[in-house]
Design a protein around this ligand. Sequence first.
Ligand code: CP3
Length: 338
Amino acid sequence: MSDSLFINACYNKNTARPPIWFMRQAGRYLPEYQALRSNYSFLEMVHTPSLACEVTLQPITRFGFDAAILYSDILVISEAFQLHFDFIEGKGPQLRESQLSVAEIATSLAKQPDVETLSYVYDAIKLLKPELKETPLIGFSGSPFTVACYLIEKQSSKTFSNIHSLINSDPDLLHTILDRLTAVTITHLSNQIKAGVNAVQLFDTWGSILSGTLYHDFSLAYMQKIVSAISAYNIPIIIYSKDTKHKIKSLASLNCNVISVDWDTPISSLITHYPTLAWQGNLNPHTLLKSLPDSLKETKLICDSMKESQGFIFNLGHGILPKTPLDHVKAVVDYVKG
Ligand code: CP3
């Protein structure tokens, strides 16, 4: 992997060109994904290593991205506590055990997790490694706070009223939940690394709903524990954060290798302020829905602004959208590679 553009960029080394991959690159915008998906549910695909392997490879085969990301989800980790999410078309994830109160969810999380339940994730990684040859594989987890948001809200939320009221009414219970999730996340990431992933990304999508000390206490502090534990494996650690504008300084203090940002902040200004870190991003995924010239124009702007910088990984600021035209993706990949 020492020749990998992606791994070298993660370590802030000079690369001949920026590596490129897209969050959610294996997904519904691909006809070959939709063809498989019409025969299986999302969870069936995630739970079956041969299918997860096939789907992970699809965008690599079609576009030649510089890194693969394992086809899985941040919410499967709750299966280790016998809590399950169903993924319902148009509605997003829904906690199957929806009758449970917050206290009962906390009780489930306080039990010893059965991480063996997640062995299909590690089996998929083992299947993928020989198929990927020299293309690095990214493993991942959600940040404890992001996963807790789904467990406490029991589904996707716009207001996050349950988690906000828990912060106010029983912060200690939330800390207990986050402690349990942190421990299992460290085990889950360690197992992915032992199975063969070459880098890991921690998705802190909903840290964005917190500010100031709340963000520090309920999200950042737990990510710090994970980064400290995972650093022992000497592979790159990427933190993804959304609505990051006011959080960059805190994120930069985490001692991770790469920070992946949304499109709110010009990535060139970040690299100037934090030159020892590598940066990943940050094309707005909505841009790819516009015309091909628009997609290329924005791509060129980002690449030009980063021309003099090492430690840059071209990506989107959030996951690729299902209606994204394939030729726009191809044009952007070819541009960055060229
Ligand atoms: O990036 C990748 O391609 C790797 C696989 C991956 C998925 N989800 C597959 C998926 C990764 C890294 C995730 C992360 C994830 N999952 C996050 C953090 C990143 C982010 O998007 O903010 C979150 C919050 C989730 C939870 C989740 N999973 C939601 C809210 C949804 C429903 C919305 C949607 O996009 O459909 C999912 C389902 C999901 N996870 C799909 C995929 C490919 C769609 C499945 C399908 O219907 O085929």
